[in-house]
Design a protein around this ligand. Structure first.
Ligand SMILES: Cc1cc2nc3c(=O)[nH]c(=O)nc-3n(C[C@H](O)[C@H](O)[C@H](O)COP(=O)(O)OP(=O)(O)OC[C@H]3O[C@@H](n4cnc5c(N)ncnc54)[C@H](O)[C@@H]3O)c2cc1C
Length: 362
């Protein structure tokens, strides 16, 4: 396995639990799991992420993207149960509330809630929020959508829990960067040879690439073209002095105008994330995001910025995210998850495991 973000580490853990011998390679494996943009470098996707799990409110009701979301939402409770440990506690936080920005969006939300009652979706109008009072001066009074089972997982807690569980499952952890990979033989005895920046090499039967933006570089010399673009995301950590009532029923995630507002600690709120093409953070985008297109209440605009960070998402060019493909015998690509890599980690691990079972003839 190359790459130890949510996708790679989650897949390595899942494969080890299924009885496979797994080695996970990533230069970050000997570094502490923490958020810091001290060197002004972008964080990897998982560390920068807010960990929002929006599976059931997805707009489409068919196709691969929907199936992957449904599979992940099915697997997440099992993953959390197995990964949760007193040393590395992990839990799912719910619910998620989306506020409608205009009457058309409110109508769409109502239609979705009508189709997906069994998945825990309920719509509400501005006047009747039912048993879940909306913690927001409802912008324009358009109502919204409550999703009981969507929500979030803390991506740092997830990575810590995965790292502990990987060790427990005896997964080999190699803190190095893969600089090159190639096949050493053809025909039945198919092997892969990996060169590392530590001057070591590794030979194996199957390689799974979970290297987000770096995947294209590793694949190009092998003749596989999977271009991806970087989409940078910035997150603000705000200290607010909101009317205390607003906090009483704050959901795990409140979504307004496509921006997530996540309460953490006393009067603290994460607000994110921006969507910026390229790898350099804009100085204007955080302020634009914070206005929520004119829907932000006064107290949000007045909040003090305590911290902020940014990270990169890998967006496949000309193909839908994610890139899940068997490229050659024993060479599997599980990358390019763009905005939903944390959400889709369990479904991706499940898919990779199926491909390996097919490959080794289980
Ligand atoms: C600000 C922000 C907010 C987000 N919010 C959410 C959210 O709420 N919910 C959600 O589901 N998704 C969210 N995302 C998207 C999500 O973070 C990504 O889709 C996901 O993290 C991708 O996971 P990954 O494991 O594929 O990649 P990454 O987490 O980027 O990990 C890739 C790893 O590969 C390693 N690597 C690269 N090259 C090599 C090499 N040559 N050799 C060895 N290792 C290598 C890197 O060191 C890195 O650790 C967000 C992203 C950002 C930036």
């Amino acid at each position: 396995m190359i790459g130890a973000g949510a996708v790679g580490a989650g897949t390595a853990w899942h494969l080890a639990r299924q009885g496979h011998t797994v080695t996970l390679i990533d230069p970050s494996l000997d570094a502490p799991i923490q958020r810091s943009n001290e060197s002004d470098q972008s964080l990897n996707g998982t560390t920068a992420s807010l960990g929002v799990l929006m599976g059931n409110v997805f707009r489409r009701s068919s196709g691969r993207a929907w199936r992957l979301r449904q599979r992940s939402m099915e697997l997440w409770p099992q993953w959390v149960e197995r990964l949760n440990h007193p040393d590395t506690p992990l839990q799912l936080h719910s619910p998620l509330i989306q506020l409608a920005s205009d009457p058309m969006e409110a109508e769409r939300m109502e239609a979705l809630a009508n189709q997906r009652h069994d998945l825990g979706l309920e719509s509400f109008s501005s006047v009747n929020t039912g048993s879940h009072p909306v913690p927001w001066p409802n912008p324009g009074g358009h109502g919204g959508l409550l999703s009981k089972h969507d929500g979030r997982i803390d991506p740092l807690a997830l990575q810590r829990a995965l790292r502990r569980s990987l060790k427990a499952e005896k997964v080999g952890l190699v803190p190095a960067r893969v600089t090159k990979l190639h096949r050493t033989s053809t025909g039945e005895d198919n092997r892969w040879h990996l060169e590392l920046d530590s001057d070591h090499t590794i030979d194996c039967a199957v390689v799974v690439l979970c290297t987000a933006l770096a995947s294209a570089l590793l694949l190009q010399p092998l003749g596989h073209d999977y271009p991806m673009g970087a989409v940078l995301g910035q997150v603000l950590d705000l200290q607010v002095s909101a009317p205390s009532k607003a906090w009483d029923h704050w959901p795990a995630v409140l979504v307004c105008n496509g921006v997530n507002l996540i309460r953490h600690g006393n009067n603290r709120l994460w607000l994110g994330a921006t969507l910026e093409q390229g790898e350099k953070p804009s100085t204007e985008e955080p302020a634009i995001m914070r206005r929520l297109d004119g829907l932000a209440p006064h107290w949000l605009q007045q909040a003090e910025v305590i911290d902020q960070w940014h990270g990169l998402r890998a967006r496949p060019s000309g193909q839908p995210a994610p890139l899940l493909d068997v490229l050659e015998p024993g060479l599997i690509l599980a990358s390019g998850h763009y905005r939903n890599g944390v959400l889709l980690a369990p479904a991706t691990a499940d898919w990779v495991c199926q491909q390996i079972s097919i490959f080794i003839g289980l």
